[in-house]
Design a protein around this ligand. Structure first.
Ligand code: AMP
Length: 157
C-alpha cells in the first residue's frame, strides 16, 4: 500500500494507511447550534460583545434563514471604528455586521473529505461547513482535526 509522508522539521512520518483522509468532514464538525455566531442585522457593538465574551477570534455571520453570509473578527470590528486621531466608539452602534464582515470565504460541504479540510486548516484556525443551499452546518476546527490526527498516528505507530 502506498504510504502517506508528512514532512516534519527533521524527519518524515510515514503512515501505511490513509483511509481516514477520505472520511467526510461531516463526522468531525462542531454543529451549528454549538457555534457562537452573529446575525447580519446585528450592530458592531453586539458583535464586539459576542467576540469578547466567547473569546473567539472570529465567528460566522448568518442571515435569518441560517445561511452563511460571512465571517467577523475582532480585528474587523476594531478596524471599522478607527478614526484618524482616535477610536470612534460611538460608531459601534451605527455599523451593521454585514457592512464590515468578510463576505468572501472558503467553505466545505459535509461530504468533503478530511484531506480537503486538512489542506485548508494549515493556514486557518477553522473553516465553515455549509449544505447545498448555503445553510450553515457548523465548523471544522484545527483543534478537532489535530486531535483526530493524533489519535490516528498513535494507533498506527
Ligand atoms: P480551536 O481550534 O478550538 O482553538 O478554534 C479555532 C477557532 O475556531 C476559534 O478561535 C474560533 O474562531 C473558532 N471556534 C471554535 N469553536 C467555536 C465555537 N464553538 N463557536 C464559534 N467559533 C468557534
Amino acid at each position: 500500500m502506498k504510504s502517506l509522508e508528512i514532512e516534519g522539521a527533521d524527519e518524515m512520518i510515514s503512515l501505511e494507511h490513509k483511509e481516514f483522509l477520505f472520511k467526510p468532514v461531516g463526522d468531525y464538525v462542531i454543529p451549528a447550534e454549538k457555534v457562537a455566531n452573529v446575525q447580519v442585522g446585528n450592530n458592531a457593538e453586539h458583535a464586539l460583545l459576542v467576540l469578547t465574551k466567547t473569546g473567539y477570534s472570529s465567528i460566522p455571520v448568518l442571515d435569518s434563514n441560517d445561511r452563511l453570509k460571512g465571517l467577523l473578527s475582532m480585528r474587523t470590528v476594531t478596524n471599522s471604528i478607527l478614526g484618524l486621531a482616535h477610536i470612534e466608539y460611538e460608531r459601534l452602534r451605527e455599523l451593521k455586521v454585514d457592512e464590515i464582515m468578510r463576505a468572501e470565504l472558503d467553505t466545505l460541504k459535509t461530504t468533503d473529505t478530511f484531506q480537503k479540510g486538512l489542506d485548508y486548516l494549515i493556514d486557518h484556525p477553522f473553516i465553515c461547513v455549509v449544505d447545498e443551499a448555503g445553510v450553515f452546518q457548523g465548523i471544522l476546527t484545527r483543534r478537532v482535526l489535530l486531535k483526530q490526527f493524533k489519535k490516528y498516528i498513535y494507533n498506527v505507530i
